[in-house]
Design a protein around this ligand. Structure first.
Ligand code: CDP
Ligand code: MG
Length: 739
């Protein structure tokens, strides 16, 4: 069947995919089309998202000015040229004309909501404006939170460059397990989770003069909790300035929450974006995305491409697919620069996405949700939106949390499209149908607080002395049952007593920037005299999915290398083995290379491990080792993760002990073919089924030893299958009655 390109559907001249005339124009082009023709994607039904950019001249003027200033400065020094270019860029940002008004508004009001379209300069410019206006005199800090670590790092890097300072001095960032600040830091970017932890050491955040809760619209769990906390400290610290900054939409809601704080709106500048939908649903959106990139590349005028994917694995796959196909096309196409960006990408590679595209080439950025609002990459004209993101999903009944690839909301979808209209009129290709957009996407993304385990946050709030969680000032309160379940889990872990009060163990757990189960595992290593091994395992788990390297052309070798690391007992022990072998080579890069292990991830694990070692010292646990005693190690793990126990049932399936949910051993696990009776897993990932990632084999009796207040002997009878362990009735009643 011949595919037809219905040009009449499109606005004049906007889309030329596969247009026959284009194919006939040159033989070279025709050949190029033939190569990718088989799986060309058909887009239909263009709609236009109007731009706010009425006066197109503004941008033209800016770019002309930019060009001419470049010309004039030809014989200036390189540094001077760079400085001028930076200033020129700063002046061109939509926020720039409002600098004075913004500072006056901040002086006048304690709390200000700032709303401005993504890319208007909120994150990079406001802290600099504050600095110039004297808000950082006497070394007082401006703190700016980001929901994502990559954003915190890259924005800090950008701002220090703009200010001409070295990163980590006056401008710094702080993310979990990585503190790039100094005594002299006055502009501090950090993840929202890190600011939350700062409350533990400095409950009134006295060292900050201004706090910016940025990307507030993202409504991450930590940002939502921060709202309540900063609102509270603003009351008893009248000198503190509080700025809540958000992309669009939610400003009114933020204003209401912060006692009707005024809203400062930065008018957006956006060129129109044409939106295209696929004619039929795409069976494989990854493949469709790759094909669409190539279609754009061969048929569209210059401009970079931004593709939204759901995570590192997908990005790496797409990267390889693109490399393979462009290699096949060879010199028939212009250069295509592929730049991936995701949270665990090392920072030197992250910087690459901001490098200007050389003339004649085209850049394609393969990004996670991070590029939706947190990062603005200049030069994007085409957006490809498969319509998915990876989201945490939580079942408060079963307490099961997993990462699931989920359709995005309409709000997200429009944010993504908007990324195409920053530098000129753009195009957004949605890899779903117009019908799906209209009927299947929710209007807004559900705030994270309503779909995640709250154990971490509850422990933190309890450590801050906030006991009455039901009445905590949440913008959107979490479901009651989620809160109760978090209390129950913390009780089972021993972090709370039956009155719901923090125990000594709980206080020590809160010292660790880890989730409660991991903190408990680390603390339990004291009893089992294997703290050295356990912190290594904890560090390796925290870089979990990025340890092994599996190049397409060496899959067999890579898999063999991975399997050679296997240790009896399970994956945690395998991870320990990888780290220990690496340590024995004195942390050799060559060793990593030969064993298909990712050196960067290992380096990160080593950093994390060093920090955990420091924290052990703080809670006065000696670093001791029980070499080879895998039972001690596995018992310590079980002491933290006993909630995550699964048992082999008669039918040969695994079911979680508590809720009888069917779960599978991940095919990458060393236990995949072992079928032990009892397992403890680190996390669940949902792809086609619920998979347990990182599992160890345990003995059921250990559960009585490590969690006697949670499991009873009869719950753990082998083969009985049915009985579910319950928290002792009385204690649970006390807990729920109180809260
Ligand atoms: O926060 P908002 O979305 O309003 O804008 P921003 O992140 O401050 O971005 C302002 C400008 O800085 C954009 O043109 C970005 O491309 C640029 N930027 C950059 O070049 N490198 C970064 N690491 C971050 C921003
Ligand atoms: Mg921003």
């Amino acid at each position: 069947e011949q595919r037809r390109w219905e040009d009449e559907h499109f606005h004049a001249g906007t889309l030329r995919f596969g247009a026959r005339d284009a194919r006939e124009k040159s033989k070279k082009a025709a050949k190029t089309y033939d190569v990718i023709m088989d799986d060309e994607i058909e887009f239909v039904q263009a709609i236009k998202m109007p731009g706010t950019m009425k006066d197109k001249d503004i941008m033209d003027k800016v770019s002309k000015k930019f060009a001419s200033s470049r010309h004039e400065t030809e014989d200036l020094s390189e540094a001077e040229q760079k400085r001028q270019a930076i200033e020129e860029t700063q002046r061109s940002l939509p926020i720039f004309p409002f600098k004075g008004d913004l500072i006056s508004a901040i002086r006048e009001h304690q709390v200000l909501i700032i709303e401005g379209e993504t890319g208007s300069g909120k994150t990079t410019q406001i802290p600099q404006y504050l600095h110039h206006a004297g808000f950082t005199k006497d070394g007082q800090k401006v703190g700016c939170t980001q929901p994502r670590r990559v954003a915190a790092m890259s924005v800090a890097a950008r701002v220090s460059e703009e200010m001409g300072w070295k990163l980590g001095n006056q401008v710094g960032y702080s993310i979990r397990f990585e503190d790039c600040t100094s005594e002299r830091t006055i502009l501090k970017y950090m993840t929202d989770g890190m600011l939350l932890r700062e409350f533990l050491g400095e409950p009134d955040l006295a060292s900050y003069n201004v706090l910016i809760i940025d990307e507030a619209h993202e409504r991450t769990l930590h940002t939502d909790v921060l709202f309540g906390l900063v609102k509270d400290i603003a009351r008893f610290r009248p000198d503190l300035k509080l700025l809540i900054s958000s992309a669009t939409l939610d400003a009114q809601k933020f204003s209401e929450f912060f006692d009707d704080a005024p809203i400062f709106r930065i008018p957006g500048r956006r060129f129109p974006v044409h939106i295209y939908y696929t004619k039929a649903p795409e069976a494989d959106y990854l493949d469709a995305a790759v094909v669409s990139v190539l279609q754009i590349h061969v048929s569209q005028p210059p401009g970079d491409v931004l593709v939204f994917l759901t995570g590192q694995e997908e990005i790496e796959t797409a990267n390889e697919m693109l490399l393979e196909r462009t290699r096949k096309l060879g010199s028939k196409i212009r250069e295509l620069i592929i730049s991936p960006i995701y949270s665990t990408l090392p920072s030197d590679l992250q910087a690459k996405i901001f490098e200007p595209t050389p003339p004649g080439a085209r850049k394609v950025v393969l990004a996670t949700n991070i590029a939706e609002t947190s990062l603005t990459i200049d030069g994007i004209v085409y957006v490809i939106d498969p319509g998915f993101s990876k989201q945490k999903s939580y079942n408060a009944r079963t307490g099961m949390e997993s990462l699931v690839v989920t359709p995005i909301s309409k709000a997200s979808s429009n944010q993504r499209a908007g990324r195409a209209g920053r530098v000129s009129a753009g195009k957004c290709f949605r890899l779903y149908t117009a019908w799906a957009y209209k009927n299947e996407l929710e209007d807004n993304t559900v705030p994270e607080i309503q779909r995640t385990n709250l154990g971490n946050v509850v422990l933190l709030l309890k450590s801050l002395g906030i006991n009455d969680l039901i009445n905590f000032d949440f913008m959107d309160p979490p479901p009651h049952e989620t809160l109760v379940l978090a209390l129950e889990q913390l009780y089972a872990l021993g972090a709370l007593n039956h009155q719901g009060e923090l125990t000594k163990l709980g206080r020590r757990m809160a010292e660790f920037p880890c989730d409660p189960m991991m903190s408990k595992m680390i603390l339990a290593s004291e009893r089992y005299k294997c703290s050295k091994e356990i912190i290594t395992i904890a560090a390796m788990l925290s870089v979990n999915n990025a340890i092994y390297y599996r190049p397409k052309d060496k899959i067999v070798h890579a898999d063999t290398a991975r399997q050679n690391f296997f240790r009896p007992g399970g994956d945690h022990l395998t991870l320990l083995n990888v780290f220990e072998q690496w340590a024995e080579t004195d942390f050799s890069t060559q060793w990593c290379f030969e064993n298909f292990v990712q050196h960067r991830s290992m380096k990160r694990a080593r950093d994390v491990r060093d920090q955990l070692e420091g924290l052990l010292e703080r809670v006065e646990i000696p670093v001791v080792s029980s070499p080879g005693d895998t039972i001690a190690i596995r018992k310590a793990i079980t002491a933290g993760y006993f909630y995550h126990t699964a048992r082999l049932t008669k039918g040969g399936q695994y079911k979680t002990v508590k809720h009888q949910q069917t779960v599978m051993v991940h095919p990458n696990s060393s236990l995949f073919e072992e079928h032990p009776r009892w397992l403890v897993y680190y996390e669940l990932v949902f792809t086609t089924k619920e998979f347990m990632r990182q599992t160890i084999e345990i003995e059921n009796l250990w559960l009585l030893e490590v969690a006697p207040h949670y499991y009873r002997a009869k719950d753990l009878e082998d083969g009985s299958g049915k009985k579910m362990p319950k928290m002792l009735g009385k204690a649970k009643e006390d807990l729920t009655r109180k809260y």
